[in-house]
Design a protein around this ligand. Structure first.
Ligand code: MLT
Length: 267
């Protein structure tokens, strides 16, 4: 078996390693505000690393198995490449699913975790069917126009979100390759329930959710926070699913508070 390739990354800062995993159907570009500000004024509170995954952004569209487990193993390969034994892993939505796969496969390499606007539970059958519908349609069309037409950008954000932010998200979606979209949809449809895996962890966690997130709502965030041994739940008022983009300051404050707790654990 060949070892998995490590994905392309954006990186900033020095200090506690924090790997941030992007949402569907975006790229590591969604973490600009975290890359810039989570390391703090002197830039030495955190080494923030944000990889592209599933063929989004600069991640090559090669013929890997395209599962969440493969994505998690590629993060382990990335830690190897960066010379890191352990890191804090954070993921928003699809990124959170990869964090949970990593927690299942490489728990000893986790120093802490951020689960933002994501869920540990599985899809409904209707949800899985809808993912397959999207995967088949974008591959047949050779285009992701369907996602734009179905209002994906608007659904990811709170009602009445800043039109500039809606445009920025729409542009990021338009850059996605249909193969990456199909691959990610099928990988997400196959994910298992992760609540028991979260309960087995012994590291600190931050669970963050936009109050108006309808894709992975507050009830899901509460379930994850209750399953985890040491989690702080932050509900960000008046924002939707992309809380890191809609309220970067509050989001970053929750992440920085977690990094302090990780240091207290002596990691
Ligand atoms: C995401 O934001 O990554 C997606 O909405 C996740 C999903 O489709 O379950």
């Amino acid at each position: 078996m060949t070892s998995p390739s490590a994905p392309a990354v954006r990186e900033n800062g020095t200090g506690t390693p924090l790997v941030l995993l992007h949402a569907f159907p975006l790229s590591a570009r969604m973490w600009e505000a975290q890359l810039e500000r989570v390391p703090g004024p002197a830039g030495d509170d955190a080494r923030v690393v944000a990889p592209d995954q599933f063929g989004f952004g600069a991640d090559p569209l090669d013929d890997r198995p395209h599962s969440l487990d493969d994505a998690a193993d590629r993060i382990a390969a990335l830690l190897d490449r960066l010379g890191l034994e352990r890191a804090v892993l954070g993921g928003l939505s699809m990124g959170g699913y990869v964090v949970m796969a990593f927690a299942r496969r490489h728990p000893e390499r986790l120093a802490g975790l951020v689960l933002a606007d994501t869920r540990a539970t599985v899809d409904t059958e209707a949800g899985r069917n809808n993912r397959e519908r999207i995967a088949t349609a974008v591959l047949a069309a050779g285009s992701v126009d369907l996602l734009i037409e179905e209002g994906t950008a608007e659904n990811l954000l709170a009602p009445g979100a800043d039109p500039e932010l809606v445009d920025a998200v729409r542009r990021m979606i338009a850059e996605a390759d249909p193969v990456a979209v199909a691959r990610a949809q099928r990988a997400m449809a196959a994910r298992p329930d992760s609540l028991d895996d979260l309960a087995a962890l012994e590291v600190p966690a931050a669970v963050i959710v936009g109050e108006l997130d309808t894709i992975t709502p507050l009830a899901e965030a509460r379930m994850m926070a209750e399953a985890l041994g040491d989690a702080e739940l932050t509900v960000i008022p008046a924002v939707g699913h992309l809380s890191s983009l809609e309220a970067p300051e509050t989001f970053n404050a929750a992440v920085r508070a977690l990094l302090k707790r990780v240091k207290q654990y002596g990691v």
